[in-house]
Write a protein that binds this ligand. Structure first.
Ligand code: HEC
Length: 124
């Protein structure tokens, strides 16, 4: 009996890191319920360029980056970007088109999600 329990414990200890890495990206825990709405909208409207969990792609910069912390790019910059688009100035990705599929309320949700990602990464 004791040996059986010990064996199970060893097995679980070995499996835990594998299960952990399959469940989520490194260093970022599962998205809390309060940021889920923003995550869904981010995925639908922004992720194609700004990347999964804001990590960036070939088409657009990462939001998990010092440049986009609240003191450099406040919430108004996000609203402005979605409403008007962005002329390329920080990077070499080209311009961002305006995203007419989102409302200001959608962008508010997206901002909350992005700020959470930034805090998880220790950016502010
Ligand atoms: C088609 C690709 C694309 C999509 C989709 C896109 N972006 Fe962008 N975004 C860019 C690029 C490229 C830049 C970088 C421009 C530059 O060089 O500074 C950018 C920059 C930004 C910036 C920085 C603005 C500034 O003042 O410097 C914000 C904020 C932003 N995007 C928000 C969003 C949000 C929110 C969404 C979804 C609603 C979104 N983007 C969707 C391509 C995109």
């Amino acid at each position: 009996m004791t040996r059986g329990v010990l064996f199970m414990t060893v097995l679980l200890a070995m499996a835990a890191p594998v299960i952990g890495s399959a469940a989520s990206k490194p260093d970022v825990p599962a998205t809390p319920a309060e940021f889920k709405a923003g995550e869904t909208k981010f995925k639908a409207h922004c992720q194609v360029c700004h990347g999964e969990r804001g990590m960036g792609t070939q088409q657009g910069p990462p939001f998990v980056h010092k440049i986009y912390e609240p003191n450099h790019h406040g919430d108004a910059a996000f609203q402005r970007a979605a409403a008007l688009g962005v002329r390329a100035h920080h990077w070499q990705f080209g311009n961002m088109p305006k995203i007419s599929s989102v409302t200001p309320a959608d962008v508010d949700e997206i901002i909350k999600y992005v700020r959470w990602l930034q805090r998880q990464a220790g950016i502010y």
